[in-house]
Design a protein around this ligand. Structure first.
Ligand code: UTP
Ligand code: MN
Length: 496
């Protein structure tokens, strides 16, 4: 006899009562039993989505059993998810629909289970290219040349809003997908005229393409506009714009009902730390971009302080300004001395001197935790171990060519600026310089490339070859690129 399956996931014997499982809402779709995979999604989001689906008449099972018809997963890589599912001892697994969260989202929006499309299938994190084909553009930012000239700003701005919003929700997968897509588009020497033109490009998935298509067609994206007007996004964006307030703190305060700076400052139970107090104190100044001229002036001032202590040291600008950016959120410097082991002492003396000069408004000094025996570090994007300081300096207008950037009506004659100084030992200089030059996306891809393509581990301290089981020495950035078998990319081509 033929067991007719009227559509995906029709049950042979529906269970009579949902008591105990389904509490709220009446069941509208008896043939569909959802299971939400908690892995990557997280418990609280899973419970939120469960309630949402139940309120719309869907059956959501708490436990993964053979009764389930649709498995919904978020941010899970296909291979890992299948391995996990196969380990659950399910007999009916081959009959189950394993869907990406986009199917769930679409179904919630429609208020009914929508028909399955290819975009709803679980995809590998990176679109894989057919064998034998050679992409003209690399999926790795460290194999692309990205100047400060961005021909696709409308699109990359949109992607960055969505990436940030996913970051606020701690959804790393989609966040990274939008960041990679933005980075890819920044490297193009042409403006994307239409979706077809992006056919052969890597890093652009279904979702990024959907956003792109809307913008190319209508000049705007529904999803982006919804995000921008989302109250939680706006509040977290506002709170995290304060020096010392990260997404976790911002989220906690938002959940407590706080919506504005006044709310935070008027809340008696909130004890701001020193960093946050400084953040509020200098909010106007440090949320205003730092210009190239200001960065140069700060370089001269710090260099003078260094020279007064020892002639045997070098100060170099890194970060965005080394990449040729016109403006930055801070100024990053690398300080080194020829004398072995003296870099830590030197940085402390430089800080002391700036204090005496009365220009040190804030200083968070972090002593060295560097230990060659603890390398290579397997934690991706962990803080490096060099002595460093996160500062706020007072910059006098008269020291800056054309004066400081200031708000209208501000006639103080100075402004506060965020400055970072890191002081690696000489033999770690090339690694530190490469790591601190950025961009963040360029660094991420350098490390990913090293790991995935070369079996090497790269961080701000060292490059380790896992095959040879040895560290590879480097005196210059070029040495590091050469070890990795990469063409050298100039700092101004690293604005990925
Ligand atoms: P920034 O955050 O200063 O970014 O970090 P940026 O590219 O200069 O951009 P703006 O203009 O200031 O916003 C510069 C580089 O230093 C690395 C970051 O990963 C980035 O690549 N960095 C920063 C570290 O390696 N360690 C840190 O503790 C901080
Ligand atoms: Mn910077």
């Amino acid at each position: 006899m033929l067991h007719a399956r009227v559509g995906p996931g029709v049950r042979k014997r529906p269970r009579p009562a949902e008591a105990g499982v389904q509490r709220q809402g009446e069941v509208k779709f008896r043939d569909v039993r959802l299971y939400l995979v908690e892995r990557k999604m997280g418990r609280s989001r899973r419970s939120f989505l469960t309630q949402l689906a139940r309120s719309k008449g869907f059956i959501v099972e708490d436990v993964l059993s053979d009764e389930v018809t649709h498995v919904v997963s978020e941010d899970n890589e296909a291979a890992g998810l299948w391995a996990w599912l196969k380990g659950r001892g399910l007999k009916e697994l081959p009959k189950m629909q394993v869907m990406d969260i986009s199917w769930f989202t679409d179904s919630m929006r429609e208020g009914k289970p929508v028909a399955m499309e290819t975009s709803h299938c679980i995809q590998d994190t990176l679109p894989t290219l057919p064998e034998g084909s050679t992409p003209t553009v690399s999926q790795y930012a460290c194999q692309r040349r990205t100047t400060t000239e961005n021909n696709n700003k409308i699109l990359t701005d949109a992607f960055e809003v969505l990436a940030e919003s996913y970051e606020f929700s701690e959804m790393e997968g989609p966040c990274l997908a939008f960041r990679r897509a933005a980075s890819l588009l920044k490297s193009l020497p042409w403006a994307v005229p239409c979706l077809e033109a992006t056919q052969d490009l890597p890093c652009l998935g279904e979702r990024t393409k959907a956003v792109m298509e809307e913008i190319l067609q209508y000049g705007r994206s529904f999803e982006v506009e919804k995000t921008l007007s989302d109250e939680r996004y706006q509040t977290l964006k506002l709170f995290t714009s304060v020096f010392g307030i990260g997404p976790k703190t911002a989220d906690r305060w938002h959940r407590r009902g706080l919506r504005s700076f006044t709310d935070i400052l008027a809340e008696p139970s909130i004890q701001l730390n020193r960093m946050q107090r400084t953040g509020f104190l200098h909010y106007g100044d440090i949320s205003r971009a730092v210009s190239k001229a200001e960065a140069r002036a700060l370089g001269n001032i710090i260099d003078e302080a260094v020279r007064a202590i020892t002639p045997d040291a070098a100060l170099a600008v890194t970060g965005g300004f080394r990449r040729g950016k016109e403006f930055g959120h801070d100024v990053d410097f690398l300080l080194t001395t020829q004398e072995r082991g003296k870099e830590e002492g030197l940085l402390v003396k430089v800080i002391d001197r700036m204090k005496q000069q009365g220009i040190l408004l804030y200083c968070d000094y972090q002593a060295s935790t560097f230990d060659m025996d603890k390398l290579p570090c397997h934690r991706f994007e962990a803080m490096d171990h060099f002595p460093k300081c996160f500062l706020i300096l007072r910059l006098e207008s008269r020291h800056v060519e054309g004066g400081v950037q200031r708000a209208e009506g501000d006639d103080r004659g100075w402004r506060a600026v965020r400055v970072d100084i890191v002081s690696p030992p000489m033999e770690r200089y090339a690694f530190a310089l490469l790591g601190w030059t950025g961009s963040r996306q360029f660094e991420r891809d350098l490390r990913r490339f090293a790991r995935m393509e070369r079996r090497m581990l790269l961080d701000n301290h060292a490059l380790y070859d896992k095959t040879k089981e040895e560290f590879l020495a480097a005196e210059t950035e070029k040495d590091i690129f050469a070890h990795l078998g990469l063409e050298y990319i100039e700092p101004w081509q690293r604005n990925a």
